[in-house]
Design a binder for this molecule. Structure first.
Ligand code: SAH
Length: 268
């Protein structure tokens, strides 16, 4: 694992009795009542909260009013808060003895850049805790009132980023597996190329694709369209990020219908 921290600002040090702690908290997809009770307790006990751009104001409203709120969200194109700076500041706050809450959308361990922050804290002897949250794929399925997997239709669920390290990299699972369901994160801004990639991998043009944008929030939008009409529909209806794209690669007739569920990550 690479530590993306500025070495000068992150000199290794042993934990002292006054050292604070770092708590990575999943804020869920947006709706405040999708927070866990544990997340709520930490929100109320925090001294300082570093939060992402996608955190809903309704969730931020639950933070301890005496806590310092710091928006470290990365607006597209802006680089005010590179990961090195976030790591440096959360470590500095914990070293001042504060309870540092790192509030991330959905679940902190899914496309949440959690690894760098955990590693930086460990390097400094700062205790770390993770509070899981409801990830966007689960919230999107709930909004559609449909399961992410269906017995007899999908043998595995693949949670994947549709975006690579740089904005336009193709980053799909190597080959779409018949009988597998896919939940694609970070897909909307490159919908045209994504549709072409899916078609090239053999996803039939009539396959139903579902998109849920801003799942669980007041701005929630749902779109269902066959693959071949998807990009046009996204544009026509103005569907925007944050959004999750869900589909199942149809099983072939000869395929065994196993019931096991595997959750696989397929990032770049
Ligand atoms: N850790 C988050 C994912 C962060 S990556 C989680 O577990 O959900 C950011 C991507 O998550 C967005 O580009 C979008 O694809 C997805 N996302 C986050 N919140 C969402 C929401 N409320 N509705 C739909 N997609 C969402």
């Amino acid at each position: 694992m690479t530590l993306h921290a500025d070495p000068a600002s992150l000199t290794p040090a042993a934990a002292s009795p006054s050292t604070g702690r770092l708590i990575l908290v999943g804020a869920g997809p947006g709706a405040a009542d999708l927070l866990t009770l544990r997340a709520l307790r930490h929100l109320q006990e925090a001294d300082v909260v570093f939060h992402d751009r996608l955190i809903d104001p309704a969730v931020l409203a639950l933070v301890n009013p005496r806590a310092l709120l710091r928006d470290v969200g990365k607006a597209v194109g802006a680089n005010l808060w590179p990961q090195t700076r976030i790591c440096a500041e959360i470590i500095a706050a914990a070293q001042r003895g504060q309870r540092v809450l790192r509030l991330k959308s959905g679940d902190p361990s899914i496309f949440g850049r959690a690894a760098e922050e955990i590693e930086a804290a460990r390097l400094h002897g700062i205790p770390v805790e993770i509070v899981p949250g409801i990830t966007a794929a689960c919230a999107a399925a709930a909004s559609l009132c449909q399961p992410l997997t269906t017995r007899g239709q999908s043998r595995q669920l693949v949670i994947a980023s549709a975006t690579g390290q740089s904005a336009n990299d193709a980053c799909l699972p190597a080959a779409l597996q018949p009988g597998s369901s896919y939940a694609l994160y970070m897909a909307i801004h490159r919908i045209d190329t994504l549709v072409a990639e899916l078609a090239a991998q053999g996803l039939p043009p009539e396959t139903a694709i579902r998109i849920v944008s801003a799942a669980s929030t007041a701005q929630e939008r749902v779109l269902e369209a066959p693959l071949h009409r998807l990009a046009a529909q996204v544009r026509q209806q103005g569907i925007a990020n944050p959004a999750i794209l869900l589909f199942t690669m149809p099983a072939t007739a000869s395929q065994p219908q196993a019931t096991a569920v595997t959750i696989a990550a397929a990032t770049c």
